[in-house]
Ligand binder design. Sequence first.
Ligand code: URA
Length: 210
Amino acid sequence: MTGHVTVVDHPLVQHKLTLMRERETSTAVFRQLLREISQLLAYEITRELDMTTRRIETPLCPMDAPVLAGKKLALISILRAGNGLLDGVLELIPSARVGFVGLYRDEETLQPVQYYFKVPEELEDRLVIALDPMLATGNSSAAAVDLLKKAGATNIRFMCLLAAPEGIETMRQAHPDVPIVTASIDERLNEKGYIVPGLGDAGDRMFGTK
Ligand code: URA
């Protein structure tokens, strides 16, 4: 991909995102909209995948038809909100391999600490798409990408629903080689680290927790 950040400003994405932002949107509708948007973001983030051809027979004649080249790509959900993007992307790319990265924030050091890490083998040969709906401070996203690189990944893209300018800057400094695809760059973070105007806590809204 060219450019560090791609904002998918397609009207369907923007309309669905507005519905997600609304306070009164139910958990069920929020989750469904996230699934739908994740597929539209996946369409964009996979736009330049390598292709090859395979000899096939149509009912009329043989042809060399385009197919995806290389190893199955790896989708990495950054827990727990990443799972909301994962479901939809997997529907679109059912043969993708799947991994999970769990990080929590140490309340004293404020640094992300890993509590779970399980990723597919041969990450170095795959396109790796890290999934997290909210790129807020960017600290946990940057830490998750660090872990993926340590595990061998060299070709990583980051998919989110909303990004704060602060998070984009953190990622740009830590991982300038990782393109970001998002539905919106919002105004700012508030003092609690929430994206404004944002949509609240994505995990709580998709799972119905508080
Ligand atoms: N995580 C969320 O779920 N929401 C925000 O606004 C920021 C981080």
